[in-house]
Design a binder for this molecule. Structure first.
Ligand code: MD5
Ligand code: FE
Length: 208
């Protein structure tokens, strides 16, 4: 099924050792200084996904220097090696010219347990039009790609598996999207994640 313009799926982009490295780093990132947490929503609820941020703290729905909605600490720096990995994805998906000007400064690292979901939403807290790079490790999921007008149809369902990279650029950048289902027990042997699904989204926030 056709994806929206600017969306590129790179199945199997990460080797198993690269997936295992991301899983191991995640175990360290999750401890803090700002620990993995289910973000509190403005309506009083909580997300079912748990998130740890690198470079800039994200809270629904803005970036801040310190985690004032958690413990007031500064998040870990955005690692250069993760920026280089994302740049290689942009080079493959969008070409060398786009990759040269790509300067990511933050990652949102999401962990889904078997029952976690991400409702249909737009990512519009970044002040740049740089693409977003998504890396998946662990259990497979259904990723739902909608349109830029609203949460309803038409949408396209894509299965994302451990090791897949996805780039959201151009017109697809403002499309509604979500994760309606996780498939427990589908992680490949050797990906390093004991349970659930890990998704790392690398972003250029445009923050000063
Ligand atoms: C995930 N994460 O698999 C999903 C998919 C999120 C989020 O949606 O906001 O953390 S990565 C899909 C994505 C991310 C950023 C922008 C766009 C899609 N997009 O512009 O379509 O955990
Ligand atoms: Fe999103």
């Amino acid at each position: 099924q056709a994806l929206p313009a600017g969306a590129v799926h790179l199945p199997g982009w990460l080797s198993l050792p690269e997936q295992a490295r991301l899983s191991a780093e995640f175990q360290m990132w999750a401890r803090g200084p700002v620990p993995l947490r289910a973000a509190a929503l403005p309506n009083g609820g909580r997300m079912s996904v748990r998130t740890v941020c690198l470079g800039w703290h994200w809270q629904p729905y803005r970036y801040t220097r310190t985690a004032d909605d958690v413990n007031g600490q500064q998040v870990l720096p955005f690692p250069d090696w993760l920026g280089d990995l994302a740049k290689a994805v942009v080079r493959e998906a969008c070409g060398a010219t786009a990759a040269r000007t790509y300067r990511p400064d933050a990652a949102l690292v999401n962990h889904y347990d078997a029952h976690a979901r991400m409702g249909m939403h737009q990512d519009k807290d970044e002040r740049t039009d740089a693409p977003v790079v998504s890396l998946s490790v662990g259990d497979s999921c259904v990723f739902r790609f909608g349109n830029a007008q609203g949460r309803g149809k038409p949408h396209t369902d894509v299965r994302l598996e451990s090791g897949d990279a996805f780039v959201f650029g151009g017109p697809s950048r403002l499309a509604y999207h979500g994760v309606p289902k996780i498939f427990p027990g589908t992680a490949p042997e050797g990906c390093g994640l004991a349970r659930g699904r890990l998704n790392i989204t690398v972003r250029a926030t445009g923050m000063p």
